[in-house]
Design a protein around this ligand. Structure first.
Ligand SMILES: [Zn+2]
Length: 264
């Protein structure tokens, strides 16, 4: 198979692709504070490199094509920290619609978002359905790299409160770009979110809209000091395995109506 990167192809090459099967993947991240030790580009790097590693491992007959990353996301929960660059929900929505229109115009049938920033989730879930209605594209939301609770085991505290710049993100960037990590500045910081006998939490069925500085001086939610490159490699390997399966399924996914409503 030739390249899986759409932007590396020529226009006639894209035109000539057999698009009956196959999915176009848009990696989406954020440029936002990740504590005193991780770079602003953390989420975009995790989405891009997670996708790159998965594409390299996919079997050749699985048709997955990658778009260049959407580097900016909706990050206004981090707006009180310098360096955060955020799009409004309206801007992000409009950009995603324009990208989806272009993907549909080229004749593709499926579009997947590989999103590695929590703040983008509600926007993407909403936009995906609107894109489906507006373009007919089968549209998929994949949130995070799908490594679950990894084999090295995360503490219960990290599983519940390790939302941001904690053990997993620190480990992933140590594996992907160690020169950008300042481990001497890494901190352990779990938010003192009031535990009540209700479901009220940062997200879920009952949530409080939160800003990162409501619960953390440093912007870290988790124990960044426990991050290691070895753990990052394990997370990445696990992600490649689960994302490969997911992309394989999505690349030939059909609704109950199959291609009946499709012009291709
Ligand atoms: Zn992040």
């Amino acid at each position: 198979m030739k390249t899986r990167y759409l932007a590396h192809m020529t226009s006639p090459e894209v035109e000539a692709l057999n698009k009956k099967d196959g999915v176009v993947v848009l990696p989406i991240g954020a440029i936002e504070q990740h504590g005193p030790h991780l770079p602003l580009i953390t989420d975009t790097m995790i989405a891009t490199q997670g996708l790159n590693a998965t594409l390299a491992a996919l079997s050749e007959d699985v048709k997955v094509w990658a778009l260049p990353p959407m580097s900016y996301g909706k990050s206004n929960e981090h707006i009180n920290f310098a360096g955060t660059v955020t799009l409004s929900a309206a801007t992000l929505t409009a950009v995603l619609h324009d990208i989806a229109d272009s993907v549909a115009r080229a004749g593709f049938r499926r579009l997947a978002f590989l999103n590695c920033h929590g703040g983008n989730m509600p926007v993407l879930n909403m936009v995906a359905r609107d894109i489906r209605v507006a373009t007919g594209l089968m549209t998929f939301c994949i949130h995070g790299l799908h490594y679950g609770n990894p084999s090295f085991g995360l503490s219960a505290e990290e599983m519940r409160y390790g939302l941001h710049a904690g053990e997993t993100e620190t480990s992933l960037i140590l594996a992907m770009a160690p020169e950008l990590v300042k481990m001497d500045l890494a901190v352990k910081s779990f938010p003192a979110f009031p535990e009540t006998d209700t479901d009220l939490f940062f997200f879920g069925t009952a949530s409080a809209a939160w800003l990162a500085d409501d619960w953390s001086e440093t912007g870290v939610y988790g124990d960044a000091t426990k991050g290691t490159a070895e753990k990052g490699e394990i997370l990445l390997e696990t992600a490649v395995e689960s994302l490969s399966k997911l992309f394989t399924v999505i690349s030939t996914f059909e609704t109950a109506h199959g291609e009946k409503n499709d012009s291709n």
